[in-house]
Ligand binder design. Structure first.
Ligand SMILES: NC(=O)c1ccc[n+]([C@@H]2O[C@H](COP(=O)([O-])OP(=O)(O)OC[C@H]3O[C@@H](n4cnc5c(N)ncnc54)[C@H](OP(=O)(O)O)[C@@H]3O)[C@@H](O)[C@H]2O)c1
Length: 269
């Protein structure tokens, strides 16, 4: 193997990365992976204790981080963050817009307050970051944005009706923004995980029976961990994927295949 070639292809050395929802789960995994690939990571969240733990793990990986308390659903707070961050660092190379909440329910069961929470956090909370980071990247004529979608944004789940709908919205946002920023050398893609064990679903998968049933429904019979998503995102924003924009990388052990393909009946065509 040509180690120098591989290292240069995947290197994120010195890249300035902003990660939302870095105080827990997938965002924490992304922060550690980006740091392992050489990026300097800004960890965003609302919970200082969670951010401190991520900072400790980044340091353990030999990386450098700084933490910011920012509520993604508060546009003024997001603007204040970018004013401070860009003044300090002079630009931003990577945005991973990952923060999100999960509210379950069929479409007619979900309250309008829950709909507002999902739209304000999972959609507007991504959009505010994409606008500010995208603007800075356009000016510097380089950059990478990854929007955290979901397998439910590709194949909707009836019991996650509004969550799925908002993730479909993020898929549209990914393509629209990718089209606007491509000529400025800015790549925009989404990452769509299947089940990843984090705080967002611990109440469900702590029940062994639920975990077993879910595993059965996944073709690879594997549940995801934050590191799986983190390493994928690190590769997506590296030069190894330098021509990829406006697309979705599904990281779900094949879960979407099962949902889309009817099972064949033995003996019948
Ligand atoms: N786990 C899965 O199976 C799975 C599958 C597909 C997609 N996803 C997506 O992956 C993303 C991360 O989820 P996760 O599984 O890692 O869940 P998690 O462990 O609960 O993490 C959610 C993160 O979002 C942050 N967050 C939530 N609301 C926020 C707000 N208003 N302002 C700022 N930060 C906020 C939380 O930070 P604070 O607690 O500090 O506020 C936390 O860091 C979400 O977008 C989710 O939809 C997850």
């Amino acid at each position: 193997m040509n180690e120098i070639y591989v290292k240069e292809l995947f290197s994120l050395d010195g890249k300035r990365a902003v990660i939302t929802g870095a105080s827990s789960g997938i965002g924490r995994g992304v922060a550690v992976s980006l740091a392992n690939f050489g990026a300097k990571v800004a960890l965003l969240g609302r919970n200082q204790k969670g951010l401190d733990e991520t900072a400790r793990l980044v340091q353990e990986a030999g990386g450098v981080s700084e933490s910011y308390i920012v509520d993604v659903s508060d546009k003024a707070a997001v603007d204040r963050f970018y004013d401070a961050y860009l003044a300090r660092h002079g630009g931003v190379d990577i945005l991973v817009a990952n923060a999100g909440v999960n509210i379950r329910g069929e479409f007619q069961e979900t309250t309008m307050e829950e709909v507002d929470t999902l739209i304000n956090t999972n959609f507007k909370g991504v959009l505010y970051h994409v606008i500010r980071a995208g603007e800075a990247m356009k000016e510097q004529r380089s950059g990478n944005i990854v929007i955290m979608s979901s397998v439910n944004g590709i194949s909707a789940m009836p019991n996650l009706a509004i969550y799925s709908s908002v993730k479909y919205g993020l898929e549209g946002l990914t393509r629209a923004v990718a089209g606007s920023l491509a000529e400025y050398g800015v790549r925009v893609n989404s990452c769509a995980p299947g089940v990843v064990l984090t705080a967002i679903n611990e109440n469900i998968y702590a029940v062994e029976e639920n975990l077993r049933k879910k595993m059965e429904a996944i073709p690879m019979k594997k549940i995801g961990y934050p590191k799986d998503i983190g390493d994928t995102v690190a590769a997506m924003v590296s030069d190894a994927f330098g021509l990829m924009t406006g697309t979705t990388v599904l990281v779900d052990g094949g879960e979407h295949l099962r949902a889309k393909q009817p099972q064949s009946v033995p003996g019948k065509s």
